[in-house]
Design a protein around this ligand. Sequence first.
Ligand SMILES: C[S@@+](CC[C@H](N)C(=O)[O-])C[C@H]1O[C@@H](n2cnc3c(N)ncnc32)[C@H](O)[C@@H]1O
Length: 203
Amino acid sequence: MSDLPPNHHADLRHSGPSGYISGLTMIVGRGNDARLVADLADLQPGDHVLDIGCGPGTAVRNAARAGIRVTGIDPSEPMLREARLLTRLRRPAGEVEWAQAGVEDLPLPDASVRVCWSLASVHHWPDLEAGLTEVRRVMTAGGVFLALERRSPVGATGTASHGWTADQAAAFAHMLTEHGFVSTDVSNHDMGRRKVVVVTGRT
Ligand SMILES: C[S@@+](CC[C@H](N)C(=O)[O-])C[C@H]1O[C@@H](n2cnc3c(N)ncnc32)[C@H](O)[C@@H]1O
């Protein structure tokens, strides 16, 4: 097993001026990730989706364009400012809500969303136990949680390390089982040059 846990970049905060710059780098090139989770979640009319660590909101807008109600949450004010601005420029059909919050304290009632996803974010969560307890709390029965990360080779450094090795994805899938998720699954997806792994758990 890899020495590093699935949240091996928990110390990085996307705040201040660097948060705006990070957000700008995430505005392009994330469309395929957004479409992948929407497909895997098999979105249905009437769904309420929660995007945890939404950043500038690509996956939120993608789902909302199909008329789905989506809540995007992120602890980073710069990210949410960019998300709101981009969404105002081109309003999607579905209802969109934003909230400044971390996964450890989700501003949603119990059993309120069927679909929950987190793209390139879990590796930053400071407390996986607290985060997964919250994710499980807000999800309805029959729901699906998807955690997407870039695939990282063992020993990667710099930007390439912002993702999961196969061992880190497997460790996160095991944690989902420990938090009461069922039918957990790890799938790899090659989308051109971008290679991602998706860990899925059902409620
Ligand atoms: C690499 S960005 C990904 C943004 C977006 N999901 C995307 O794919 O474009 C990681 C995001 O996770 C957020 N994040 C960090 N800690 C978090 C936490 N405790 N709870 C929820 N999101 C968090 C960051 O603020 C940042 O917006």
